[in-house]
Design a protein around this ligand. Structure first.
Ligand code: ATP
Ligand code: MG
Length: 566
């Protein structure tokens, strides 16, 4: 178990563990698990569960956390998901050691547990169809109706269950049910289904089984077999806890404790795997790792760091009540981490050509620039300067409004790390009237960006040298949805109605400083005055770099958008 950072914020789950340890419950052991179903990619909600389970285990001497695939639903599961989940957990910084498990590894043991429950008179084969089972279940106010098959003899049940396993019956024609109480106020206790018949190839067990155990039956036994102490799950399982306890007690097995916490909801996005799958399958995004997705792979591709995600999961805390966290908090954590670790570079998204009339033709200089003002250890680099440059089109106004302090005719500004320049002439396209080029004069005495006579300028602009700059594609991302509470769909509404049509804008003719030629997929940078960007891990190549906007600097989204003249 790698201990990353100690999270000591008090919360109720930590208190339960502390009390259990003080009472020497489970021999003071702490053993948790993260149990994803491999039916989709992990998202930021899973990250919360991962940080909680692996994080808590990491806090205690000898604490362990297992990774267990809850793979009991072969029709929706896939090896691609298994691999992506392992990659994501590792990338977040957690290590399951040699404790990678699959519920499907326990299929034989689960079958034997079911047989034991039949022998105890606590389970029966039921011939009702899934619809009939549902109809007989009753409602919150009305008790259910006993199945006519409820009182079959142990012998008959054993025989039928064995034949279910050996493929004697049609899919869906019979189930194995726990014999609990059809009048229980808790609907989960009304003879829940333990096994169903399903002829579907499983990604691990192939065609060896045509009956599959249900989640509630599988989960508690898997926890028990692995010696889990604290089985942490989300709030919707609170009503399933009596069933978790019932199975383990009936089987007199080692009994972990289930503890529920509120799932994470994040504004402006969805967290349901079904919806995320729809977005992928219907082409609303480019894949599970589309940088706009709330998936871990999407956030990785976008440039989020594991540290930022872990910090976020720590700050949101652990509660017993469902709530929605503002996505601005996640962005804040990302910014905070990137500010610390990323080198600054200059990139111009929407270039405007600037000719320095009094700068010698064919001359070039290399000016010193600081890589990260937050971290002197990151050193310096040089940036080439020459007669023709690009600045951001938005940094110039021919007729500047009052509060606009950047470049304008007759006005002097500083070019970052370079010189003071003054705009002397504006060249326009005769036909369209569009500004095509500025002619400026530079002051050779201001090299490095300071003037010996201490004269002040009100703006410092980023720039690149035309001769040296690289062309790059930049992908600007905004929120995937326009509504904070996407899932509060009223009648006739669908969450897809709120997809943000401007969530991706591709800017193809950006110019970036030449040091970025060495950037590798996944590398992260701060583009000065614009935001944090990273090299796209799929579509970027040495000749044609592609950068993803990770997060803007503050709320520069509006500014970036404006600079593109929308
Ligand atoms: P499904 O809707 O398919 O059941 P799920 O989101 O519950 O999806 P699982 O693969 O079963 O997905 O989740 C694995 C673990 O992650 C579970 O313990 C689950 O409780 C936890 N988890 C899932 N979503 C969230 C969330 N939004 N916040 C916190 N934990 C979550
Ligand atoms: Mg689930």
């Amino acid at each position: 178990m790698s201990i990353i950072e100690r999270n000591t914020t008090p919360h109720f789950i930590r208190s339960i563990i502390e009390e259990d340890r003080a009472a020497n419950k489970y021999g003071a052991r702490v053993h948790t698990r993260f149990p994803p179903e491999p039916n989709g990619y992990l998202h930021i909600g899973h990250a919360k569960s991962i940080c909680l389970n692996f994080g808590l285990a990491g806090e205690y001497e000898g604490g362990l956390c297992n990774l267990r695939f809850d793979d009991t639903n072969p029709s929706k599961e896939d090896l691609e998901y298994v691999e992506s989940i392992k990659e994501d957990v590792r990338w977040l910084g957690f290590d399951w050691g040699d404790r990678l498990y699959y519920a499907s590894d326990y299929f034989e043991q689960l079958y034997q547990c079911a047989v034991q429950l039949i022998r105890l008179g606590a389970a029966y084969v039921c011939d009702l169809s899934p619809e009939e089972v549902r109809e007989n279940r009753g409602t919150l106010n009305a008790p259910g109706i006993d199945s006519p098959y409820r009182n079959r003899s142990v012998e008959e049940n054993l025989d039928l269950f064995e034949r279910m396993r050996s493929g004697a019956f049609e899919d869906g024609s019979r189930t194995l049910r726990a014999k609990i109480d059809m009048a229980s106020p808790n609907i989960n206790m009304r003879d829940p289904v333990m096994y169903r018949i399903l002829r579907a190839a499983h990604h691990r067990t192939g065609d060896s089984w045509c009956i599959y155990p249900m989640y509630d039956f599988t989960h508690c036994i898997s926890d028990s077999l692995e010696g889990i102490t604290h089985s942490i799950c989300t709030l919707e399982f609170e009503d399933h806890r009596p069933l978790y306890d019932w199975f383990l007690d009936a089987l007199t097995l080692y009994h972990p404790q289930q503890i529920e916490f509120a799932r994470l909801n994040l504004s402006y996005t969805v967290m349901s795997k079904r919806k995320l799958l729809e977005l992928v399958e219907q082409g609303h995004v480019s894949g599970w790792d589309d940088p706009r997705m709330p998936t871990i792979s999407g956030m990785r591709r976008r440039g989020y760091t594991p540290q930022a995600i872990r910090t976020f999961c720590e700050r949101i805390g652990v509660a017993k009540r469902n709530s929605t966290v503002d996505s601005a908090l996640l962005e804040h954590c990302v910014r905070e981490d990137l500010n610390r670790i990323t080198p600054r570079v200059m990139a111009v998204l929407n270039p405007l050509r600037v000719v320095i009339d009094n700068y010698p033709e064919h001359e070039e200089e290399h000016l010193d620039a600081i890589n990260n003002p937050e971290d002197a250890g990151m050193g310096t680099r040089t940036i080439p300067f020459s007669k023709v440059l690009y600045i951001e089109r938005d940094d110039f106004r021919e007729d500047p409004p009052k509060q606009f302090f950047r470049l304008a005719p007759g006005r002097e500004v500083r070019l970052r790390y370079a010189y003071y320049i003054t705009c002397e002439r504006v060249v326009k396209d005769d036909r369209t009237g569009e500004i095509v080029e500025l002619h400026c004069r530079y002051d050779p005495n201001t090299r490095g960006g300071d003037s010996p006579d201490r004269r002040k300028v009100k703006a410092t602009l980023h720039w690149v040298s035309e001769l040296h700059a690289l062309q790059a594609e930049v992908r600007l991302y905004d929120k995937l949805f326009t509504r904070a509470d996407v899932t509060a769909e009223k009648d006739g509404e669908d969450y897809r109605d709120f997809l943000n049509p401007d969530s991706l804008r591709i800017v193809s003719s950006c110019r970036v400083e030449p040091s970025l030629a060495a950037a590798r997929p996944g590398d992260r940078f701060q583009f000065e005055r614009l935001g944090y960007f990273c090299v796209d891990s799929k579509d970027s190549s040495a000749g044609k770099p592609v950068f993803n906007l990770t997060v803007n600097l503050r709320d520069t989204w509006a500014k970036i958008e404006k600079s593109l003249g929308s």
